[in-house]
Design a protein around this ligand. Sequence first.
Ligand SMILES: Cc1cc2nc3c(=O)[nH]c(=O)nc-3n(C[C@H](O)[C@H](O)[C@H](O)COP(=O)(O)O)c2cc1C
Length: 460
Amino acid sequence: MAEIRLNAFDMNCVSHQASGLWRHPRDRSAQYRSLRYWTDLARTLERGLFDSLFLADVLGVYDVYGHSPDAALRNGAQIPVNDPAMLISAMAGVTEHLGFGLTATLSYEHPFPFARRMSTLDHLTEGRIGWNIVTGYLNSAAKSTGKQVQTKHDQRYAIADDYMDVVYKLWEESWEQDAVLRDKQQGIFTDPSKVHRIQHDGPFFSLDAIHLAEPSPQRTPVLFQAGASARGQQFAATHAECVFVAGPSQDTVAKTVRSLRAAAQQAGRTKKTPLVFSLLTIVTAPTEEEAFAKYRDYQSYISEEGALTLLSGWTGIDFSAYKPTDPVRHIRSDAIHSAIDSLTVMNPDKIWTVGELARHAAIGGMGITFVSSPTQIVDQMEQWIDQTGVDGFNLAYAVAPETFEDIVALIVPELQRRGRYKRAYQPGTLRHKLFGAGDRLPANHAGRQTHATPPLASAQ
Ligand SMILES: Cc1cc2nc3c(=O)[nH]c(=O)nc-3n(C[C@H](O)[C@H](O)[C@H](O)COP(=O)(O)O)c2cc1C
C-alpha cells in the first residue's frame, strides 16, 4: 500500500483556517511574529516526519464581505499577515529534512527578482524549497499595486504560463552545472563561456539577463499548485509536481482528482505526478469521547463572521448580504472558480445554507474535518484516499500548534503501525524525497524544454 504523505498548512498570521480560534486559551498562533514560534513548529513537524510545511499567502485584505476590510480586521481573518519567505531560513536552520512550500503570487512581481529569491532559498535550505504558484484572487491585492481590478481569471493563467517560461529559463538554462570553478590558482571564479544570457520576449514578460544565482541543488523549486477550474487544471497538468485540492465532500474531491489526473496524462505526465494533497483538519485525542469534547470546545470559539469574510474573498460573493438561512447559489466571479463550484454545481444534491457553510468553514476552511480517536481517524484517512485517489493530506490546524502536536503524537504512530507512513526520512532534496528520482525536474517536464541561449562570452 502506498505511503500516505503529510503536509502542514499554515500562514504567517493568526488562525489561518480557523476563524475566531485565536481566542482559544491554548492557541499560540498570535505569536506568529516570533521566530521561536516558527522554529518550534518546524521541529515538531520534522519529529512527525512531515514532508513539508506549506505557507499560504495573500497580498491583499479580504474586503469583499460588506465591501469593507472591517470584518477581516476585527476577526484577524488573514490580516495582519506577514511575508512568509522570511521564516524559511530560520526554520531550515533548525531542521534537516522538512521541506517548505512557499506561496508566492506571480501577479505582482517581475519574474527576475523572484527567481533569484527562490534560488537563494534553495541554496540556504540545501534543496528543500517548493513554490506554491498562485495568481491571487483578491481585487484588493490588484488595487494595492495600482491596478483598477484584478486580471480576469483565465487570463491570469495565461500570464502565469509566460511567467513560468521566464523562471524556467533563468533556473534551468542560464548557468551550466560546471560554470562555477572557484579556481583559486587561476583566479577564475566562474567560466563566462558557461553562463548564458536569457533573452525572453513573451506575450507578457520580457527580459535580457543572466540569472544572478549560481545553480542551486534543485534549480527549479518543487512546483506546487492548486488550480482546480478547467483552466487551472490545464496549468497544473503542465507545471505542477504537487497539487492541493480542497472540497467539502469525498465526491467533489474525487471528481477534481479524476479530471486533474486525466489532464496530466494528456499533458504527457507520468502516473506518479502530480502528487495530490487533500485539505484536511484533524481533531483527535486518545478516545472518541475526548476528541468530540475537544471539538465542541473548539467550536465554542469559532467566528461565523470571520469564516464568511474568508469565504467572501475566496468565492467573490459578499455573504454579508445574506441571511444565515439563505441557500448558497452559484455565481461566476474572478475569484477562485473551484471554491464556489465545489459548493454548488459539483455537488448538486446538497444545498448549503449560508450559516451552515460558515460553521463548516470556520474550522478547516474549504476542506473537511475529521474528529475522532486515532484509529478511527486513520480509518477515515485510508478510506478517503481509496475513494478520492489523493496521495496525502494538507493538514490545517484548529488550534496552533496543538493540532500538529496531536497529529505527531497520535496519528503518525497509528499510520506507521499500519505501514502507511515512513519511519525515517529519505536523504536528499525535497524533490528527491517526494519522487525518488533525483534533485532536478524530470527531463520531460515543461521546465526542461526551454531553449539554451548562446554562451555569454559569444553573445557579447
Ligand atoms: C489548499 C489550497 C491552498 C491555497 N492557498 C492559496 C494561497 O495561499 N494564496 C493564494 O493566492 N491562493 C491560494 N489558493 C488558491 C489557488 O492558488 C488557486 O487560485 C485556486 O485554487 C484556483 O482555483 P481555480 O483554478 O478553480 O480558480 C489555494 C487553494 C487551495 C485549494
